[in-house]
Design a protein around this ligand. Structure first.
Ligand code: ADP
Ligand code: MG
Length: 243
């Protein structure tokens, strides 16, 4: 199986605040890794350093075998292969749903307008929003907006998807529809790293659960091992609070 992500001794500081203190993580093709951990433990910082939205202080990151920390690496090319979905959907309000989905691949010359429209409609159908292609984001619910954001990320045909608390800003009744789209993606074989507090999703979908605390990975294993038999005291404490 191919290694999609290889992170070696990754450090990240903001001034004298060291947020990541030596993270080592490998993610294999088709693997779904769920990251959990207390607020402020560095989960978002980790995801952002993965596509160099943040500059690492030390350590190395390779995606699909390409070293992101090497000077000669074309970051924009690597980033095209990394789909990212955030808590807040960041859709363009003046564009239609379909235009939001097709914008990047057309602008970056990956697809013609016609190809992008065809793929865009296909992706909107995949996330259950075939009938919303011509709507504006303001006409959508939060759950629908997040599904558009997922379709938009998929339109770049990424080889890996990163999700940073994709359901945290949603009303509870909309969480399920977004998790379902993510579960379908996982079943289709997408390689995914998901930061979430949805422990049910982690149990059902994750191949591996990684627990972050204080800038370190404190525990990792199968959902069963991490949830039912955590070894690290911080993980035990965290899970007692959230399960
Ligand atoms: P999590 O996603 O696990 O809640 P974050 O990665 O958002 O944690 O934050 C980890 C730490 O890094 C926090 O102490 C936060 O204040 C700090 N931090 C995050 N982003 C920045 C930034 N852009 N500048 C300075 N400090 C930051
Ligand atoms: Mg965060």
């Amino acid at each position: 199986m191919a290694t999609k992500v290889k992170v070696t001794d990754l450090h990240k500081s903001y001034g004298d605040n060291e947020v990541l203190k030596g993270i080592n993580l490998e993610v294999q093709e088709n693997e779904v890794v769920v990251m959990i951990g207390p607020s402020g433990s560095g989960k978002s910082t980790f995801l952002r350093t993965l596509n160099k939205l943040e500059e690492p202080t030390a350590g190395s990151i390779a995606i699909d075998g390409i070293d992101l920390t090497a000077k000669e690496t074309n970051l924009n090319k690597v980033r095209e292969n990394i789909g990212m979905v955030f808590q807040h959907f960041n859709l363009f309000p003046h564009l239609t749903v379909l235009e939001n989905v097709t914008l990047a691949p057309v602008e970056l010359g990956k697809l013609t307008k016609d190809e992008a429209n065809e793929l865009g409609r296909q992706l909107l159908a995949q996330v259950g929003l075939a009938d919303k292609a011509d709507a504006k984001p303001t006409q959508l619910s939060g759950g629908q907006k997040q599904r558009v954001a997922i379709a938009r990320a998929l339109a770049m045909k990424p080889s890996i998807m990163l999700f940073d608390e994709p359901t945290s800003a949603l009303d509870p009744e909309m969480v399920g529809e977004v998790l379902k789209v993510m579960r379908d993606l996982a079943e289709d074989g997408m390689t995914m790293i998901v930061v979430t507090h949805e422990m049910g999703f982690a149990k059902q979908v994750a191949d591996r659960v990684v627990f972050f605390a204080d800038g370190y990975i404190r525990e990792e294993g199968t959902p069963d091992a991490v949830f039912n038999n955590p070894q690290d005291p911080r993980a035990q404490d965290f899970l007692n609070k959230v399960l």
